[in-house]
Each structure stands twice: as structure tokens, then as C-alpha cells.
Write a protein that binds this ligand. Structure first.
Ligand SMILES: Cc1cc2nc3c(=O)[nH]c(=O)nc-3n(C[C@H](O)[C@H](O)[C@H](O)COP(=O)(O)OP(=O)(O)OC[C@H]3O[C@@H](n4cnc5c(N)ncnc54)[C@H](O)[C@@H]3O)c2cc1C
Length: 537
């Protein structure tokens, strides 16, 4: 029998929250220090070997569609492995689907963001219905009658896996159906019809090309009513206790996000109620989009953190050429560079989450401009991080028993859904043009603290913003990248150790940072950066 040597011990059990210095500092700084105990408890649960296994199981035993029963009647149900349900139960107990709405207080969105970031690291498929439910609340509130009956269920913390009318359940989850076959970014191209039923409700006819988590209790859906594109709430059961006419045609065979079911559906006279003003469906549902976009940025930051944790753990234990990997100078460069990317993403998303807790002018500008900008840049960087970490782990990183293939396959989805990269960057241009004073307020946030590199970078950004070409769509990605790098650098200068801020400015504001990891120039204190990022296990 061969001997097993030079392999790292399992990382778990570990506390996903307590072992993350950057996250703990950000939670305290962004007014959610009160949530520390709850996050520690969640971090301990998520880092247990049995919870980690739930993530693997939920992705190995993927959901299946049961469209018809054995007699041929439509049932339109999706069956999941028990691991999926257990993970959702953990998430709802922690309030990750609605806590800031159910129990508003300073730091509530930040605390929930931190919890979401933790869960994303262990299993990200369940985060899809959680994000949609979280985002649905401001939209539902535009119809107070409907909100009155649905919100108490959305606030419920006892996950209820049963497929039955919401009145009989302890908690509810909400999905959304916007994307149609002929167009997802251009929602005005929607052709699903909403016909008035004569009693104030509507019946929907049409097809949605993507509708994820189809076992949610209701969906926010766009459809063309007599007054134009409108937003509707479409429950899985009608008020008469019948299955609503939502027919699941198939489940998508996806690259990643495999624990989650993403379906293609047809509505055949499905019962629905109007939300918001008829004919103003896009502004109504866009309220939800801001929150789901925020979650894309938070979630991708979580994916980066999990990848980094895996890399640091492996490198600390694996010996190559008589030295631990973590002590090899070139690997130190790679690991420190990955840590910078992760820390910059984490501090920015938690700062952005705080803007959702506050209502001053700067927070409104931050929400409106930085949400799509952060979604673009952070989600765009995540596939590179997961790929690099896979390589840190060598051949084992490419094998399915390791979490890295799952993280790698998951990484692109946040960039595509809820507004793909270009759409996000064009939205930033629109937001800058329409939000009075936004550019000036954000520029004022970019305090370089005397750092020459940031000051020069910000001056270039200001020039770009003031130039007549700043509306030039072809340059939108370049502008958004600069805005995010400047915000990240400024946050790191204010709040991170000098080694981190200095390395970020040297590599991202000057130099080749971003082309690949491991290009940090000489003179960076890579040891200090790695130590700070290392999980404390
Ligand atoms: C796993 C998964 C789950 C999903 N779940 C849901 C769901 O639950 N509900 C739902 O409604 N949708 C869902 N979607 C759909 C997703 O939101 C859309 O795919 C996305 O919005 C893009 O729309 P599209 O596929 O029609 O691409 P298109 O709109 O055709 O866009 C294609 C490309 O063109 C770019 N583009 C668009 N407009 C411009 C422009 N003016 N200038 C330059 N470039 C432009 C886009 O950025 C994109 O890169 C899901 C998608 C995935 C992959």
C-alpha cells in the first residue's frame, strides 16, 4: 500500500467568518459590529465538514424536473436532493433572504451581506433564490395589499420545502421571470401577454427563456398588458388552491450553478396580480435589480475569498523543492496578488452594502452608480481568481473532489445574469448622467490620503469624467474599471495595513496589475499581505 505524504490536512472544520480578518474588520467598520456573534455562529456552521459536504452533494445530485405525473397530468415540480433543502434551512435561519427588511436597523444590509458572502463560499446555488427574495421586497412594497399578505411569509425564518399554497407555509421564496428567448438585456422586447381577467387580476400567456429556482412560491414577472410592459406577481398556486398554469418546459443544462434549477417556462393563462403602475414594469422591477446586482458583487467577492482560502491553506502545507509552497518567492507573489484582489473586492462590497443602509445623498449616488460598476468589475475578476487558485493547487485543483472546479464553473454566472458586463457599464454612464452631483460626490470620496499614485489616477479619472467624450459607449468599460480601482484604492488606503494599500496602488494604479496574477513589482511586503489573508486555522 502506498503512503500518503505531503498532502494538506482538510481545511474544515474552520470558522468561515472568524478566520477572515478582512471581513471582520469591514463588518465592524460598516456599522454591523452588532452582528458579530450571529456571523460567528453562521461561520462555524458553514465550516463544518458536514455542511461542506452538503454543498458537494447538492451539486452532484442535481435537480430533476417532474413535468407530468404517471397518468399524464401536469405537476410541474422540480425535485432536489435533501442537501439543497438543508442548505436553504441554514440560510433562512440566518435571515439571508430578508433580515434587513424584517428587522431594519443600522448595518442591517451589511450584516446580511456578510452572511451571504459566507454562504457563497460553501454553496452558491442556493444563493440564487435568496438573492431574488431579498431583492423582491422593495418591488412588492409598491403594491401594499399584496405586500401585506406576502411579506410576513417572506420574513419567515423556518424554511418550508413543501409545495403548497403560501398561506399554509411557514416561509416563502420569490423568483423572477424577465428574460425571453428573443432578448434578455432589452426587456422592452418582452412579448408575454397579460390579459385583464375583469376582477383586477390578470392572466399571463407566453414563455420565459430563463426562470431560475422554479420551486419558489411566486415570481415577479414582466408582461405586456393593455397599457404596456408591466410587472406582476405570479404565485405557484392560485387563490382557489389550484396549481397555477406555469408549465416548466425543461431545466437548463448549465456550466455551473448546478445545484440550482434554472428553467424554461410557459404561461398558459397563469394567474397574476399587478405590482406598481401598469405600463411601468421596467422601473418597478428594476428596484429588485439593484439588490440582486449588489448580491452578484457580494457573492463573487465570497467566491474569491473561498478560492484564496483554499490557495493559502494548500500552499502552507505543500512542500515543493524542499520548501513550503507558501515560502517560494514566486508563489508568494501570486498569493499576495490574489489576496489583494480579494480584499479590494470585500471592502468595496461591504462599503456598498452600507449605502443600502443609509439614505443621504452620497449613499443614493453610491447605490445608483457603484452597484452596476462593482457588479461589472468584481464579477469580471472572479473567473481569473478561481482559475489561478486552481493552478496553485496543481493537478488536485482540477479534480472534482476539490471545490475549485465548482468555484471555477460558478464564477462567470454573476457576470452574465442580472445585466451582463456591457449592460452594467452602460448603466453606469446613464447613472452618472442622471444622478445629480453623483460624479462630484464620488470624486470627493476618492481621497488619496497623500498617495501620489492615487492622486494621479484620480486626476485622470476626473479628466475623463469631464471630457466631452465621457458619454462614449465604446469607452464605458475603461471608465468603470478606473472608477472601481480608484474607489478600492481609496478604501484600502484609509482602512487596510500599509503593505496592502501600497501593493494595491503599485500594481493596480501603476504597473501590470490585472494582466495575470503574480506580477507584483519588487519591494512589496508580500509576507504581511499573505499573513493578513491567511485563515486562522
Ligand atoms: C444561470 C442563469 C440563470 C438565470 N436566471 C434568470 C432568472 O431567474 N430570471 C431571468 O429573468 N433571467 C435569468 N437569466 C437570464 C439572464 O439574466 C440573461 O441571460 C442576461 O440578462 C442576458 O440576456 P440575454 O441572454 O438575452 O443576452 P443578450 O441580451 O442578447 O446580450 C448578449 C450580450 O450583448 C451585450 N449587450 C446587450 N446590449 C448591449 C449594448 N447596448 N451594447 C453593447 N453590448 C450589449 C450583453 O452585455 C451580453 O454580453 C439567467 C441566466 C443564467 C445564465
Amino acid at each position: 500500500m502506498f503512503e500518503v505524504t505531503n498532502q494538506p490536512p482538510p481545511l474544515e472544520p474552520y470558522n468561515v467568518f472568524a478566520s477572515d480578518t478582512v471581513l471582520r474588520e469591514a463588518v465592524a467598520r460598516e456599522q454591523a459590529g452588532w452582528a458579530d456573534d450571529g456571523l460567528k455562529a453562521l461561520g462555524a456552521t458553514l465550516g463544518k465538514p458536514e455542511t461542506v459536504k452538503l454543498g458537494f452533494d447538492a451539486n452532484k445530485y442535481t435537480p430533476t424536473l417532474r413535468a407530468l405525473d404517471r397518468y399524464g397530468h401536469r405537476v410541474d415540480e422540480v425535485e432536489f436532493h435533501p442537501a439543497w433543502h438543508e442548505l436553504l434551512a441554514i440560510a433562512l435561519r440566518a435571515g439571508l433572504h430578508s433580515s434587513p427588511w424584517a428587522e431594519p436597523k443600522p448595518g442591517a444590509h451589511v450584516a446580511r451581506a456578510a452572511g451571504f458572502y459566507l454562504l457563497m463560499q460553501i454553496e452558491s446555488g442556493v444563493c440564487c433564490p435568496l438573492a431574488m427574495t431579498y431583492g423582491s421586497v422593495p418591488t412588492l412594497r409598491q403594491a401594499p395589499g399584496i405586500a401585506g399578505s406576502w411579506l410576513p411569509k417572506i420574513y419567515g425564518r423556518e424554511y418550508d420545502r413543501r409545495f403548497m399554497p403560501v398561506g399554509e407555509k411557514t416561509a416563502a421564496l420569490i423568483g423572477m421571470g424577465m428574460t425571453e428567448n428573443q432578448g434578455g438585456s432589452d426587456l422592452r422586447a418582452n412579448v408575454t401577454r397579460a390579459e385583464p381577467a375583469g376582477d383586477g387580476t390578470f392572466r399571463l400567456y407566453g414563455h420565459k427563456w430563463f426562470m431560475s429556482a422554479p420551486m419558489c412560491d411566486a415570481f415577479l414577472v414582466l408582461a405586456q398588458s393593455p397599457k404596456g410592459l408591466s410587472c406582476f406577481l405570479m404565485p405557484r398556486w392560485t387563490p382557489d388552491g389550484e396549481r397555477n398554469a406555469i408549465h416548466i418546459l425543461r431545466l437548463k443544462d448549465k456550466l455551473g450553478n448546478r445545484s440550482n434549477a434554472s428553467s424554461e417556462v410557459e404561461f398558459d393563462g397563469a394567474y397574476a396580480e399587478l405590482i406598481g403602475e401598469e405600463g411601468r414594469g421596467i422601473p418597478t422591477i428594476i428596484e429588485m435589480g439593484n439588490y440582486t446586482r449588489l448580491d452578484c458583487a457580494i457573492g463573487s467577492s465570497g467566491l474569491m475569498r473561498q478560492a484564496l482560502t483554499q490557495a493559502l491553506h494548500h500552499a502552507r502545507h505543500r512542500t515543493v523543492f524542499q520548501k513550503k509552497l507558501i515560502d517560494q518567492p514566486l508563489m508568494e507573489n501570486v498569493l499576495a496578488d490574489l489576496a489583494l484582489e480579494s480584499e479590494a473586492a470585500t471592502v468595496l462590497t461591504l462599503r456598498l452594502a452600507r449605502a443600502y443602509d443609509e439614505d443621504d445623498e452620497l449613499s443614493l449616488a453610491y447605490r445608483r452608480v457603484v452597484t452596476p460598476a462593482a457588479k461589472f468589475w468584481i464579477c469580471k475578476r472572479t473567473p481569473y481568481v478561481t482559475f489561478e487558485v486552481m493552478e496553485v493547487l496543481g493537478g488536485s485543483g482540477y479534480i472534482e473532489e476539490c471545490v475549485m472546479p465548482r468555484l471555477y464553473r460558478e464564477a462567470p454566472v454573476n457576470s452574465i445574469w442580472e445585466g451582463s458586463g456591457n449592460v452594467m457599464c452602460l448603466d453606469v454612464l446613464r447613472a452618472l448622467a442622471r444622478t445629480r452631483g453623483a460624479a462630484e460626490m464620488l470624486a470627493a470620496e476618492l481621497d488619496g490620503g497623500g498617495d501620489r499614485r492615487l492622486n494621479t489616477f484620480v486626476q485622470r479619472l476626473r479628466d475623463r469624467l469631464q471630457s466631452p467624450e465621457h458619454h462614449d459607449e465604446s469607452q464605458a468599460r475603461a471608465l468603470v474599471r478606473e472608477l472601481i480601482l480608484a474607489l478600492q484604492a481609496s478604501l484600502l488606503i484609509k482602512h487596510a495595513p500599509v503593505a496592502v494599500a501600497d501593493a494595491f496602488c503599485a500594481s493596480r494604479l501603476e504597473g501590470d496589475g490585472g494582466a495575470a496574477f503574480g506580477l507584483l513589482p519588487r519591494g512589496i511586503d508580500v509576507r504581511a499581505i499573505i499573513e493578513r489573508a491567511s485563515p486562522l486555522s
